[in-house]
Design a protein around this ligand. Structure first.
Ligand SMILES: *Cc1c(COP(=O)(O)O)cnc(C)c1O
Length: 375
């Protein structure tokens, strides 16, 4: 079956006369349970929930592994780091990856006696740091810089060094790129972003290649308690059905916008893995099926970037990415990433491409004209 069919059907419990296609969320904590607890699939809400089971089944089918869901992407990241790493171990992370994951590693896990080594995503630079590594953490395309690294080469090298490999696949999603098919041990995702795509929930998951690791992640979740609510999980499952359509539209729109930005002299740098002149393109074209919703670009400075955002009528100002609504932010307002002040992360939605192009064009024209008045 092809992707558009797989996402529509993933995790549905099967045909039963008079039953819904996708059962509604099960709101329950304790379940009726007499006698031996192992006689029931469901006992207590922190361990399992039928709504989770359906969605985990869906993600397992799509990832080609065993999926465990968490209350957020960071809870999923924490579960992998917490299940794998012990004092004295070595973690190799991207220096340009998701800020909060880096802070968790360099703060909490480093304080537990774990050596954290970092290197950029571009140029497969993490390769040089694998001696004695326990876990190689990859993020491709990286957020927010959109550099891409070679999954096949890095995963093979890490395994030769006896290290496990986790790939944060949030920006690409499972339909954009399949880490487990490249041999990764863990595919990690914030499902708060493009996977669910409606800007209405927080969720995360890990898919493990080995069922034994999925078992350990499940135990970690049950003990540590970062469990998702059934309503969020049901919404996520409902949203999953349109993932292929959304990604297709978002990627088409993003490419057109990247082309427009690249044609404007006021724009100093444009990054989009699907743009043929992008340095990430040769690798992305081999490794990715969709190039995703994020386009990054740089205007002259903070003032110009803020003016641009203020001049947009259709593009909402907001953080995060991957939703059906096109949003943008001046990323350096948060601090922590090595990016210029005028760096804008644009998350392209599912609106009509021409409307978006028109809005961005008029906003650039407004900023450029205003600048001309103040030499
Ligand atoms: C957002 C994000 C996360 C964290 O996900 P939350 O759902 O916000 O906890 C992790 N990795 C990447 C690449 C992200 O963009």
């Amino acid at each position: 079956m092809r992707d558009a069919t797989r996402v529509v059907r993933a995790g549905l419990p099967g045909f039963a006369q008079g039953e819904p296609f996708l059962p509604g969320p099960t709101f329950a904590n304790p379940y009726h349970l007499a006698g031996d607890p192992s006689s029931s699939a469901y006992s207590y809400g922190r361990y399992h929930n039928p709504t989770w089971t359906h969605f985990e089944q869906a993600l397992s089918e799509l990832e080609g592994g065993t999926a465990v869901i968490f209350a957020s992407g960071m809870a999923a990241v924490t579960a992998v780091l917490g299940s794998v790493l012990r004092p004295g171990n070595v973690l190799v992370m991207p220096s340009d990856g998701y800020y909060t994951a880096r802070m968790l590693a360099e703060g909490y896990f480093a304080a537990l006696g774990i050596e954290v080594r970092t290197a950029p995503t571009a140029g497969n630079a993490q390769m040089e740091h694998l001696d004695g590594a326990t876990l190689l953490w990859l993020e491709t395309p990286s957020n927010p810089g959109l550099d891409v690294c070679d999954l096949a080469i890095l995963i093979a090298a890490a395994h030769q060094h006896g290290a496990l490999v986790a790939v944060d696949n949030t920006t690409a999603t499972v339909l954009g790129q399949q880490p487990l098919a490249y041999g990764a041990d863990f595919s990690v995702s914030s499902d708060s972003k493009a996977l669910t795509g409606h800007a209405d929930l927080l969720l995360g998951h890990v898919a493990a290649r080995e069922p034994g690791w999925a078992e350990r992640l499940h135990t970690f979740r049950s003990q540590q308690g970062a469990v998702p609510g059934p309503m969020e999980v049901w919404l996520a499952h409902r949203s999953l059905a349109t993932l292929d359509m959304r990604l297709e539209r978002q990627s088409e729109n993003a490419l057109e916008i990247a082309r427009l930005l690249a044609s404007r002299p006021e724009v100093k740098l444009v990054r989009y893995p699907g743009l043929p002149q992008d340095p990430a393109y040769p690798l992305a074209v081999r490794q990715m099926k969709h190039y995703g919703p994020i386009v990054s670009f740089v205007l002259e400075g903070k003032t110009q970037a803020e003016r641009f955002l203020g001049a947009c009528n259709l593009v909402f100002q907001a953080t995060s990415f991957g939703g059906v609504h096109t949003t943008a932010e001046r990323r350096a307002r948060w601090g922590g990433d090595a990016i210029p002040d005028g760096f804008i992360r644009l998350s392209v939605g599912c609106e009509d491409a021409q409307d978006l192009l028109d809005d961005i064009t008029q906003a650039l024209d407004t900023v450029f004209a205003a600048k001309g008045n103040h030499p």
